[in-house]
Each structure stands twice: as C-alpha cells, then as structure tokens.
Design a protein around this ligand. Structure first.
Ligand code: SF4
Length: 372
C-alpha cells in the first residue's frame, strides 16, 4: 500500500510526519501546479469548484508516482465538500485508475470515530503509536502556523525585500525534516533566531488586512495565487481568519484542543448570519466583524468560483462593510485566474486602504467584487 493525500497548503508536512512515524509507505504528490490544474480540470465537471479539480490532479500525479491509496477528508453540511471524495473516486475509476480511497469523515459524537477511520490505513499498529503519530503531526501543524504568522508580521517591515521569503522556504524544510519532537523544537528555535536576524523597521505602521473565505483557497498558495506573499511585498500586514492547526482541530478533533478555532468567528456572525451555511460562510462574516472591531484597515474574501457558502457570505458582506465602515474586497479564483489581473486589483485595493489610513474616516467601506 502506498498512501497519498491531497495538497492543501502545507498540510502535507503534517500528514507525511504522521504516516512516516507509523512506517507507512507514502507518496507526496508534486506541489500543485499548472499541470495539476490542467489534469484536474480536464477530468472534472465544469462547474465543480477549484479544490475538487486541483485535488483530482494531485491524485493522478501521485498515481503516476506509484500511489494506490488516497487519504481524503470528508465533510458535512450543505456544501459540495461532503460528496467530493465519492465523485473523485468515480472519476478515477472511470479513467481506469485503481486507487482505494479512505475518507476521514469528521467525527459526529466522539473522537474515537476518527481513530477508527485512520486505522484503515494504519492497520494493526498499536493505538498508542497512532496517537503519538497524530500528536507529532499536530505539533508540526502548530510549527507551520507559527512560521506563517511570523512571516506575515515581518514581510511588510523587512528592509531587504525577499529575505523573509527565503527564510520561510528554508524554515518549512526544517519543520518538514524534523524526525521527532526534540528536533522539531530545535529547528523552531533556529527559525526564531533567524527571523530575529532579518533587518526590519519596526516603526513602520503597515496597512493591515484580514483574509477571510473558503478554507482551501485560503491555505493553498497555488490556488490563491500567493496572495499573502504578494500583499506582504506590497507592504501589507496580513492576518488570516483561520490557520491549519485550527482547521484540523475544528474539522477532525471536534474542537477539543485548546487553540483558537472558528467558534469565536461563528459567535460574531449574528445578526448577519445566524446559522451554518456550509463551508466557512458563517466564519467569513464573523471574522470580518472581528477584523473590523480590531481596527483592521480592510478585509479580503477569497473564494473559488461557484463556492456556495462564500456566495452567501459575499451577498452579506456589503452590509457588514457599511455598518462597520471597513472596506472589503472579494477575489474569486478558478482555473482561468492569472497573476497579472490579481496583482493589479490588489494594488488598487491596497492603495485605497493606504489613503484611508492617511485621512482616517474619509473613505467609507464598500465592496468591490472581482471575478478574475
Ligand atoms: S466550501 Fe465552497 S469550494 Fe469548498 S467544497 Fe464547499 S462549495 Fe466547494
């Protein structure tokens, strides 16, 4: 058995750590690229959302490298995520790929439901080892989040543009390479030291933007055209509404671990949205309210074309924007999105926020929604 999984940002680092810890043969799919997207798009229904297409491309590319088993997350609720895995399984079967798919549905009543599902790939490995492997993967997820948060803070303040990106790439490798908790801690210390060495101007007061939207496109740099890096290089401090470890905790661990999750965002959503609309639609609104209360200069919503929960949120954002006076911008991505178009629109939005910051209160919140 050679296990593979979809790419979603840097989640591969955690899954790799967990499966390697248990001595399971794995194939990490090549990072999502134009080729991945072309393959996925070619074999998916036209109106399927971008994550389905990209993940299908991931599976086919992993199969080319010998993978025969897929570990895939499942979902519940009114969005299409709940039947992604089934559709992908059927498409792969029709194309003649012999691949077994193990779907990790979110547990409904008890965390043990998740362990039973994971057991389908871990076989007879003792429970204690499985739990230790999950813990190790969790620490790696936390490490990746810390790295991303440090990069978000430092990019708009670095004195030599590009230094943060270089260190980010290097530090990701350090996290990925760590074989046990001790090594991971050592590598984290090293990462912090190196960040402290980057020449930066801490007197700068950059424009601050909150990033909200559909979880996959928020976490996967290829899908969001590296929006965080681009904004950082434009001098913007970015804060994301949700990080990898928070999503893992919410989605797979029933929110049992003590980390900030989407609960706070959901609580801030009423009266604009009072109930679950699938995906992270409710959190998009709640997080926008939170960013407005925390005096962020603007909010960007990223969503895949045809994403139902984010379309619901998008229709409510103008009201939130008006009520709180916070400008919001909606970026819709699909297989036709291109860097140049995105950059131009981001620059225009950042310019608007910078002017607002200079003359506080002169520019009122408004939504610009761009399908790129
Ligand atoms: S949240 Fe949106 S993009 Fe994600 S699966 Fe649901 S409909 Fe598709």
């Amino acid at each position: 058995m050679k296990v593979t999984f979809p790419h979603m940002g840097h989640m591969y680092i955690c899954l790799k750590a967990m499966l390697r810890y248990l001595d399971i043969d794995i194939v990490v799919p090549p990072k999502s690229s134009k080729r991945t997207l072309t393959i996925g798009t070619q074999h998916s229904p036209e109106f399927a959302c971008l994550p389905l297409k990209l993940n299908l491309g991931n599976f086919i590319e992993a199969h080319e490298k010998g993978a025969d088993t897929i570990l895939m997350a499942g979902g519940v609720g009114p969005c299409r995520f709940g039947y992604y895995a089934q559709i992908q399984r059927e498409i792969l079967k029709d194309l003649g790929y012999e691949m077994n798919m193990v779907v990790l549905e979110p547990p409904e009543r008890h965390i043990s439901e998740l362990l039973v599902r994971i057991k389908k790939v871990t076989g007879n490995k003792p429970w204690t080892d499985v739990v230790k492997a999950i813990r190790f993967a969790w620490y790696k997820a936390r490490a990746v989040d810390e790295l991303e948060q440090r990069a978000h803070k430092l990019r708009p303040r670095e004195k030599e543009p590009g230094r943060v990106d270089e260190l980010f790439k290097q530090a990701l490798e350090w996290i990925d390479e760590a074989e046990d908790r001790e090594q991971l801690n050592e590598n984290l210390k090293r990462m912090r030291r190196e960040f402290a060495r980057i020449p930066a101007d801490y007197t700068r007061k950059p424009v601050r933007i909150g990033l909200v939207g559909e979880i996959y496109v928020m976490l996967e740099p290829f899908a969001n055209l590296e929006i965080e890096r681009h904004l950082g290089r434009m001098g913007v401090e970015v804060e994301r509404s949700i990080y990898l470890s928070e999503w893992i905790n919410d989605h797979l661990f029933m929110g049992l671990l003590k980390v900030k999750g989407s609960k706070e965002a959901r609580n801030s959503a009423p009266p604009y949205i009072n109930h679950f609309v699938g995906g992270h639609g409710q959190e998009t609104i709640g997080s926008t309210v939170r960013f407005a209360r925390e005096k962020y200069d603007g909010v960007i919503q990223v969503q895949p074309f045809t994403c139902m929960p984010e379309i619901v949120a998008e229709s409510i954002l103008p009201t939130v924007s008006r009520d709180f006076g916070i400008p919001t911008f909606c970026l819709i991505v699909d297989e036709h999105s291109g860097d140049a178009g995105v950059l131009t629109r981001l620059e225009a939005f950042v310019d608007l926020l910078a002017r607002k910051k200079d003359k506080t209160g002169e520019v009122k919140g408004e939504v610009e929604c761009v399908d790129i």
